[in-house]
Every structure is written in structure tokens, then in C-alpha cells.
Write a protein of this length. Structure first.
Lengths: 247, 247
């Protein structure tokens, strides 16, 4: 079976309800599945329950049950049988630290790749689908065992991609400057996924969908804009090398 | 001897030359010292020389020599005799990865604490003076051996602290939200140091100086604003605990 990924830049777009902007994509992604496990680990532990309740509410229109992965005794065992996993947004470092502690990276990677487990992410959860968290926007509030994440795709995504604010006098780096720094150290393409858009992967096919264009960054190449509907399958076969400084 | 730290939020403020906004503070900090080692490791390796040249130019008014630490054979040995170290801004993860690789953390920590080595940082270099890089704004483009940094002060600084942009529809976290996330996981105060300001530490005295107010974040406390000139020495004696989730 081919894998089935839905990677949202964000769970909620300005002036819309949670997941509302991606309603049609969710129907297509779920396609008859009735049970979802939700990983709330990007939130503070004290907020796991309320976060899961919000997601349960957002999934009501889809006639599915949503179970917080934090409520099961053995997450690895649950993921061995699960059919859909949704990893929510929040702080990517906190999320990855917990995923390493729970030791769920291998089982998710294997079952998603074999097409047995559908994977849906938003924001930090989308970042986790990449080989590494290295293109997160989040603050490193805790130290994960390593930066290695699920690696369901071979390239990196920058969720909530943001164009430079017009007329800013702030001297901190723009998002584009940060991603160019990433390319100084890693020869790995990055999809700057603006809010309102998502990537959909099925086997060898990768597509940009949603409301906004994406900006793709590659070493020694001018950044390129791609409109929703673009076929990005070529990103799945590009060679990549982490930790290779530009000479 | 007491230690002597100058921790700038940023090296260059809007419409001013490099280090120009902190000219008086630099005269006081240097106080007759004539030789500075500059650590350019927050920049890409290919830019070490040009970055050092920029800093050499900026220090011309102070009649000091600036030597790039990357140009000496044994940085640890150089730092054993150095009198002033300036760690410049750029990417904090890249900087800390290199500092760990060069194994210079201990010698700098020891000599600064004993008052033998003056420490000056800007941006990423200021972050390095904290116990950890956990309050950096930078993208984790490479993975350092650990998040532990020089620890010349017991609390954290967030350089380039930025207030939320008015009327933004962006769903990503504001800087304040990020720092509150840090406080969810760590009971450690954070000074949000706006561009144009700096902290000056000498022994048991800590002072906020410069052009802008700072915003100080503590767990279970409303964030507080402090004006330039404020005595912040109380920050040096507060208890701190990393990796302690808020219950």
C-alpha cells in the first residue's frame, strides 16, 4: 500500500474554526476511517486533555472518534494497531523530546511508510514528518534526545512560513534569512508552507494544496514560488545531505 | 577580582553603525584593555574572515586590536591568556555547536567568573552567557552536543525581544507566548532584552542600560517592564530550576 500524508502548515487560519480551512482535504484524507489517535505532546502536559478536547470538537463533522495518545497505557502498542495518527502543533522541541521518550519514532515511521498508518500533522506535527526538526520556528525550551524526527519525507518543511513584514526596523533575521542559514549548513530543500496551505503525499505523488502559495528554498538556487495545485513530486527524489557546510 | 560582562541585545541598531549605540558602554567595559579576541562562530564558516573584518572596523574608535579566534591554532590556549572575549551574533545553534567542538566552554566560564577575562556578547553571544541556549530566537539549523552554554549568569536572556506586531493575523506564536512556553518547562527568569539595550554585570551588581526598556518574565508572575538604568542585581540570586514542568 502507498503511504498517505496530510501535512498542514497550521490547524487554524485567521477568521476560521480549527481545521475548517482544510475540510475537503480531511474528508479525502480520512476516506472512511473512523478512529484517530491524537498526539498532544507539543502542548504543556497540563494542557493535554483540553487540547485533545478541542481536536475532538473539530473532528465532529467527520464522524470519527479521536483518542488522546496520552490517555492510553502503552502508546507504542496503540500505534501498532492505529489507522490514523494526528500530531498537533505547539512547541516542536517539547513534542520531539516526548516522542523520543515514548520511543514511538520507529513504529510510526515503519507503519506510515508501509501505508498501514495515515499521518496527519499541523505546524509542529508537520515539522515532525521531516527528517529533522531543524526548520522549526519554535523556541528550544527543552532539549530533545536528538533532532531526528519521523522522516516520512526526505526534505524539510517550514510551517507558518512568513514573508518579511514591510517597513520593519527590527534587526533580527527574517524567516527567509533563517532558511538560507539552514541551507548554509545543510544541502536539503525546504518548503516554506504559508498558513492556509498543506502538502498531500501519496506514494510517489506530492501536491501543494490550500489557500496560499508556497516558497521553496534550495541551495544555490533562487527561492521559487509555487501556487496551490502544484505537483511537487520532484521534491521526493532530490538528493539531500545534512551537515554539509557550503564551501 | 569581580567579573565584567557586557551583554548587548544586538550589535547594530536601526540607522546606526555597528556597536555605535553602545559606544559609551564599550569605553567603560574595555577600560584600558587593548586586545580583544572575537569569536565569529555564529556566522557561516565561509564568512568568519569578513565578519571579523567588520568587527575590527567597528572597534577602530577604541584603539584596540581585534583577533579572530578562528585564526589562532589553539583557541583554548589563546583563551587561557586572553583579557577580553567578544562573542558575536548570528545563529546560536551554529555558535554553540562550534564552542562545544572547540571545547572552550570551561576555560571561558572559569576565567570570566574569576574576573580574569572580560566577556562581551551581542545577540547569540549574549545568549551564550546564559546557562542554556533555550531562549534563543534562532532556527536550530545544526545540532549542538548539548544546549548548555557558558552560564556566566544564572538566568536567561532573550535578545532582540520584540513586542507583538499590531493587527497581525499570523497564527504563529508571539515572542511573549514563546517565553511563557519556556516558563511552562523551566522555572528560570528571562530578560526580554529589546534592541538597543544591554545588561552590565560586575560581581554582584547587574544593571540594565541602553535605549529601551526590558521585559522580565518569571513563572506565575505578570511580566514586568524595567527602564534603562534599572538595578537588576536581584536576578543574580533568584533560585532557578531547568526541566521542571509547571504542575
Amino acid at each position: 500500500m502507498e503511504d498517505n500524508l496530510l501535512l498542514l502548515s497550521n490547524s487554524q487560519t485567521h477568521n476560521m474554526g480549527v481545521l475548517e480551512h482544510a475540510h475537503e482535504a480531511l474528508i479525502d484524507f480520512l476516506a472512511g476511517q473512523r478512529a484517530i489517535y491524537f498526539a498532544p505532546y507539543a502542548a504543556a502536559a497540563s494542557a493535554y486533555d483540553s487540547y485533545t478536547a478541542t481536536i475532538q470538537e473539530a473532528f465532529k463533522p467527520f464522524d470519527v472518534t479521536v483518542t488522546g495518545l496520552h490517555t492510553v497505557d502503552r502508546p507504542v502498542a496503540a500505534l501498532r494497531d492505529a489507522e490514523v495518527l494526528f500530531v498537533g502543533g505547539g512547541n516542536t522541541f517539547r513534542l520531539l523530546k516526548t516522542l523520543h521518550q515514548l520511543d514511538v519514532l520507529n513504529i510510526v515511521r515503519e507503519r506510515v511508510t508501509r501505508g498501514e498508518l495515515r499521518y496527519m500533522g499541523s505546524s509542529a506535527g508537520t515539522n515532525m514528518a521531516c527528517p529533522s526538526l531543524r526548520t522549526t520556528n519554535d523556541m528550544p525550551i527543552v532539549q530533545p534526545a536528538s533532532f531526528t524526527s519521523f522522516g516520512l519525507i526526505p526534505f524539510q518543511i517550514n510551517p507558518h512560513y512568513q514573508d518579511p513584514p514591510a517597513g520593519s526596523t527590527h534587526m533580527g533575521e527574517t524567516r527567509e534569512q533563517r532558511l538560507l542559514e539552514f541551507l548554509d549548513e545543510n544541502d536539503v530543500p525546504v518548503v516554506g508552507l504559508r498558513e492556509g496551505s498543506w502538502l498531500r503525499k501519496r506514494g510517489a505523488s506530492l501536491k501543494l494544496e490550500g489557500l496560499t502559495a508556497a516558497r521553496i528554498f534550495r541551495r544555490d538556487t533562487e527561492p521559487q514560488e509555487y501556487q496551490p495545485g502544484s505537483d511537487l513530486s520532484w521534491l521526493l527524489t532530490l538528493p539531500t545531505t545534512f551537515d554539509q557546510s557550503r564551501s
